[in-house]
Design a protein around this ligand. Structure first.
Ligand code: MTE
Ligand code: MO
Length: 333
């Protein structure tokens, strides 16, 4: 793209339509999908859009939207999660949904460009620009490890079977299933293959978590916010529910992790007793449903928690992290 697109709205813009107890559908309706735009929404027409692929490639390329559409179309059902504000990175926000992306495979597109052997990162830039946290930004820029490429990383132009809306990245965006949403650059205009990490502020300053030692002290190092850590939300019962003592109550919700979740435990009461939940198998990149039955016997206030463990053994922390356990308070009468 040669000229900067018009930004409307310009400035930070977001929509978080659903609370956990409203996430009743496995597939989130398009109108209920989270929207996160740090700089606003660039208004781009199909004819004005192009994607430049350069850097350490023997055949740099410029793709038009028709070139993208002419390629074989793939779809991926995937959890789509916002990591939360980079200014409050430990705050659990539960901005989450599960959608079907459609588009072309990035590995196939790059295969035509002659990727050089020393490539380690894929840098991606969006067409949006403006100010964030008081700093002037030319373009939203992220990077991802080249080795993360696989059959599921798309240059997507569809969400749940329909063209992307402007707020979701029209006409085309990157989608990296299993990575936090921040990595899936919208209004994608440039991909650059490099041996080092990108230098944009959204890569170097924001979306880097401090690495702690075994005692929880900062090491001075930081790790990029890439793979989604294990997490879960309780959909039912909803907070504030009145449950009847002696009556079976279903507890169910969704859990997910980049690697997939191997088990979920439900914590009841305070002090907490943990009991295993039943868990659906991971399909594609989608979130997994868990459920259990609880027959409350004691009248009074109760808490219900869910704790997911990923297939690599990592677990949700109880507090202090963006993926801390979700707690729902109910009353038993
Ligand atoms: N170009 C660009 N891409 C972006 C963003 C952005 O501000 N600019 N926001 C990121 C963040 S933080 C998230 S969570 C996802 C949200 O995608 P969605 O709005 O389509 O749900 O887009 C990511 N891609
Ligand atoms: Mo985000």
């Amino acid at each position: 793209m040669t000229n900067r697109p018009y930004m409307d709205p310009s400035g930070f813009f977001r929509e978080i339509p659903l609370l956990p107890h409203q996430m009743v559908d496995r597939l989130t309706l398009a109108e209920n999908v989270i929207v996160l735009c740090h700089l606003g929404v660039p208004q781009i027409s199909i004819d004005d859009w192009s994607l430049r692929i350069d850097g350490l490639v023997s055949k740099p390329n410029l793709l038009r939207f028709s070139d993208l559409r002419a390629r074989r179309k793939y779809s991926v059902e995937s959890v789509h999660q916002c990591a939360g504000s980079p200014l409050a990175p430990n705050e659990p926000t539960r901005r989450i949904c599960n959608v079907v992306w459609g588009g072309a495979r990035l590995d196939e597109i790059l295969a035509d460009c002659g990727v050089q052997p020393d490539v380690r990162y894929i840098w991606s830039k969006g067409a949006d620009y403006g100010t964030f946290d008081g700093l002037e930004i030319d373009a939203y820029e992220k990077d991802l490890p080249f080795e993360r490429l696989g059959e599921d990383v798309l240059i997507a132009y569809e969400l749940n079977g329909n063209p992307l809306t402007p707020a979701h990245g029209f006409p085309a965006r990157l989608v990296v299933p299993g990575f936090y949403g921040t990595n899936s650059v919208k209004w994608l205009t440039n991909l650059r293959l490099e041996s080092d990490r990108a230098s944009g502020l959204f890569t170097t300053r924001w979306y880097n978590d401090p690495v702690l030692d075994a005692f929880g002290r900062p090491t001075g190092r930081s790790a990029p916010v890439w793979a989604i850590a294990p997490e879960s939300v309780i959909v039912c019962p909803e907070p504030g529910s009145i449950l009847k003592a002696g009556v079976n109550q279903e507890i169910w919700g969704w859990c997910w992790a980049d690697q997939g979740v191997s088990d979920v435990r439900i914590g009841l009461n305070d002090p907490v007793r943990w009991q295993p939940a039943e868990l659906d198998k991971k399909q594609n990149r989608a979130w997994q449903r868990f459920s259990t039955t609880w027959m409350p016997t004691e009248v009074g206030e109760h808490t219900i928690q869910s704790l997911a463990r990923a297939t690599d053994g990592t677990e949700q922390p109880l507090t202090g992290k963006r993926n801390a356990v979700h707690t729902v308070a109910v009353t038993v009468v």
